[in-house]
Structures are given as structure tokens and as C-alpha cells.
Design a protein. Structure first.
Length: 438
């Protein structure tokens, strides 16, 4: 094992970059070493074995019925399935990250195909060029419908996209003026989406060809060159660094860390290289940052499905909705608030109910398999340690260990009929405080 590369480090890295920290992945990471583990994660390679393809939607069923490509619940079910089975977990996590960053809702778009198309764009450029991603998102029909590109015309510009591309997508509040928004909106005029043909189109007569002044620069900007102006602003790199650190580092990261990641973001060509540097940095592995980020409902549910190999079900989408997150249906253009909002009382109750339903779905064979039977069968702590790790929950606190061990001791460790007690223990592991954090 690499000197200075510990199990705690490997668990922390996998907690932030995958949906479930499995004992097999921890073992592989320790064997590979930090650098090779990070390289495989950001390059979309499995830590062990060969990469397995994800089955297409058309080949899957949920609750005994085939999934169909034009049903939004089926599309939500399929994306959750991808998170639960993909050998490229970091790419799926970044796909979810971009869905929140460029929040677009089916509620207004009303076309599953267009939502899927945008989702595939996020996946394709998940770790690629952010500059290219911003350009492509603006040309996507889903975003055009969501932020009213069709009504953005010469002489009567619609400011929705221009405002959000600055405020939410690239620069952040306070780094542009209302006049900048008005001028940038003129640059985006002429582009729209034709629902009849299913294509985006540029109407030259509807494009404002006059000189614009945006963020201190003058020129005959169009939708591409005005984005170039945004990318010349010093505010962009710190804005994106903070967003990435809130996802992978810690809430409210220190300014010195923001500055370092911002420097990498400004210098490196792809998000892949920015994340590679972030995940290899000494700062990332500081103990005070471990288990400081609340898992989103998607992360929580996908991790459990992955741990216990649970097949797709539309009921999981309903559970996620009650937890506060519907894939393809963010609450508004700012996305989900996240953080402590994921753990309000009603959401925690739904997580508990979900854990109970999953404990009943787990196959009996799990409970008698070699990986679920500890060497010390008479010791409750052995069951708790082994099962929590299998469930992807590492680093249990003293209080959680005591509660779980007492439950195991009281219900199944010393009796011959163990199944109900075993299912109960897994349910409690899934709802313990540590299971909600990453």
C-alpha cells in the first residue's frame, strides 16, 4: 500500500466521486494508490475489472412493464438506473451536477426527447471543456424553450437567457450590470426552436447586428462571441471553483482553497483536469472535510440501489420526489437549494420509509452470502461493521455503533431465526446520520 495513502483517504475520495463506497472499491483503491485511483475515476475507468456497458432504456423494465422513451417517469427511472449501475460514477455525478447548474425543467419544456438530449450533452461533456458546454447548452432546444429564446428578437430582446447565463451559469451575482444583460440579450437574438421540425434554427433577420457593449467590451457580438466575453472575466473561475468545492470539497470552503481551484480552472482546458488536481490535493484529504456534505436524494437512493442490486422501480421516483428532488424537474432556474434542505423532517421521514421498503426487497441470498457473514458471528459489533461497509456507510460514530450493535444483539445475533432482525439492522444502517452524508 502507498505510504500516506490510508483507508480513510480512499473512503473519503470514493464517497465524493461515486454513489456507493464498496469494500471491493476501497481494496482496489488502496492497491492502486491515490494517483492511479484518481486517474481512473476522472477518466471514466473502473477501479477493477472491465467496464460494462449500461443497457439502453428500451431494454429495461420497471415493475413488470417495459420502459418507454416518451414517458418522463420512465426517463427519470432510467437515469436513476444509470447512476446505480454505471462503471463511470463520476461522470454520472457530474451529469447530475450540470443538470442542477443549468437547471432546466420538463414542467415547461414538455418534451422528454429534448430533456434526454440535454442530459446526454451533460454526460458527453461532463468532464470536458466548460466553455464548450456553455456554448452547447445555449444551443439546446430544452434551454431555448425553458428561457424563451423564441421571443428573443431584434428590436425586442428577451433578457431571460442573457441574465441567467451571467448570474447562474458563469459569473454570479454582482459581477455584471443590468445594462450588460440588455446588451448580451441583443447578441443572443435570432436563435430559436421549431417544435414542428424538431430543429434549432438561426433567423438572420431576427438577429441584432448592431454594436453591443458587454462587460466593458465593444463589438458586433453574436451568441458565440458574447460567451467569449464572459470567459474573459476574472469572476468566472472563482465562481465555478466555489461551485465545484461545494460539491466535492466542503460547504463554505476557505478562500485559499477557492483561489487555488480558481487558478486551476482558469489555466486548465477541461473540468477533468481541474478535478484531477482537486482530488489529488492535500487539502482535499483534510479530516475536517470528511462527511460534511449532505447526500442529495438522487445520491442517497442510487447508492442504496447499487449496494443491494435492486432492480428499477418507478416507486423510487415517487420516493425521491417526497425527499425533495425530481430528476428533470428542478424547482426553478436556480436548481435545488441542497445542503440542510435535504434533511428537513418530511424528507427524513421519506428516507426512513424508503429504507424500510428496500430492506424488504433485498434478496434472502444476500444475508447468507460470504460477504455478509462475519467471522465472529456471536459479536454484534462484527455484524454492524461488516454490514455498514457493505451498505456503503463507513466511519460510523460511537453513538451509531452502540445503537446498531444493541439492535443486532437484541434481535438476531443470539437466535436461530435471524431474517427479520437482519433486515431491520440494514434498515437502521440506511437511516443512521452517517448514511446521509458524504
Amino acid at each position: 500500500m502507498e505510504t500516506g495513502w490510508t483507508e480513510l483517504d480512499a473512503v473519503h475520495l470514493l464517497n465524493r466521486t461515486t454513489f456507493r463506497v464498496s469494500p471491493q472499491d476501497v481494496e482496489a483503491a488502496l492497491s492502486l494508490g491515490k494517483e492511479e485511483t484518481v486517474n481512473r475515476l476522472v477518466d471514466g475507468m473502473p477501479l477493477s475489472g472491465e467496464k460494462k456497458p449500461v443497457a439502453p432504456l428500451e431494454e429495461l423494465s420497471a415493475d413488470g412493464k417495459p420502459l418507454t422513451p416518451d414517458n418522463i417517469t420512465d426517463e427519470q427511472t432510467y437515469w436513476l438506473y444509470r447512476m446505480a449501475v454505471s462503471d463511470e460514477p463520476l461522470i454520472e455525478k457530474m451529469t447530475l451536477f450540470w443538470h442542477d447548474h443549468f437547471a432546466t425543467s420538463y414542467r415547461k419544456v414538455r418534451d422528454v426527447r429534448l430533456m434526454r438530449r440535454q442530459n446526454e450533452l451533460f454526460r458527453r461533456l461532463a468532464l470536458g471543456s466548460f466553455h464548450e458546454l456553455v456554448l452547447e447548452v445555449g444551443r439546446e432546444p430544452a434551454m431555448m424553450i425553458w428561457l424563451d429564446a423564441n421571443s428573443n428578437k431584434k428590436g425586442k430582446p428577451n433578457e431571460n437567457y442573457a441574465r441567467e447565463v451571467m448570474e447562474l451559469f458563469t459569473l454570479g451575482i454582482g459581477n455584471y450590470t443590468e445594462q450588460d444583460v440588455k446588451e448580451a440579450a441583443r447578441a443572443f437574438t435570432g436563435w430559436g426552436y421549431d417544435r414542428n421540425s424538431g430543429k434549432t434554427a438561426f433567423a438572420p433577420k431576427q438577429h441584432d447586428t448592431g454594436v453591443k457593449q458587454v462587460l466593458g467590451e465593444k463589438g458586433n457580438f453574436d451568441e458565440s462571441s458574447v460567451v467569449d466575453v464572459l470567459f474573459r472575466q476574472k469572476a468566472l473561475a472563482p465562481f465555478m471553483a466555489r461551485k465545484l468545492l461545494n460539491e466535492f470539497g466542503t460547504p463554505n470552503p476557505p478562500e485559499t482553497w477557492v483561489a487555488q481551484v480558481a487558478a486551476d480552472f482558469a489555466e486548465k482546458e477541461t473540468v477533468r483536469e481541474v478535478l484531477r488536481a482537486l482530488l489529488l490535493s492535500d487539502e482535499f484529504y483534510k479530516p475536517e472535510y470528511r462527511q460534511t456534505i449532505v447526500k442529495s436524494p438522487a445520491e442517497y437512493v442510487a447508492g442504496i440501489l447499487r449496494a443491494f442490486e435492486i432492480p428499477p422501480s418507478k416507486s423510487f421516483i415517487a420516493s425521491m420526489r417526497k425527499m425533495g428532488q425530481e430528476l428533470y424537474l428542478p424547482p426553478d432556474v436556480a436548481g435545488w437549494d441542497g445542503g440542510a434542505e435535504w434533511l428537513i423532517a418530511s424528507s427524513l421521514l421519506t428516507r426512513s420509509q424508503f429504507a424500510e421498503s428496500i430492506s424488504k426487497r433485498i434478496k434472502n441470498t444476500f444475508f447468507v452470502s460470504e460477504s455478509y457473514v462475519p467471522e465472529r458471528k456471536d459479536k454484534a459489533e462484527s455484524w454492524v461493521d461488516l454490514w455498514s461497509r457493505n451498505a456503503g456507510v463507513w466511519g460510523l460514530g460511537e453513538q451509531s455503533q452502540k445503537v446498531l450493535a444493541k439492535f443486532a444483539d437484541d434481535t438476531f445475533v443470539h437466535v436461530s431465526s435471524k431474517m427479520n432482525g437482519m433486515r431491520g439492522l440494514l434498515q437502521l444502517i440506511m437511516i443512521c446520520p452517517e448514511a446521509q452524508m458524504k
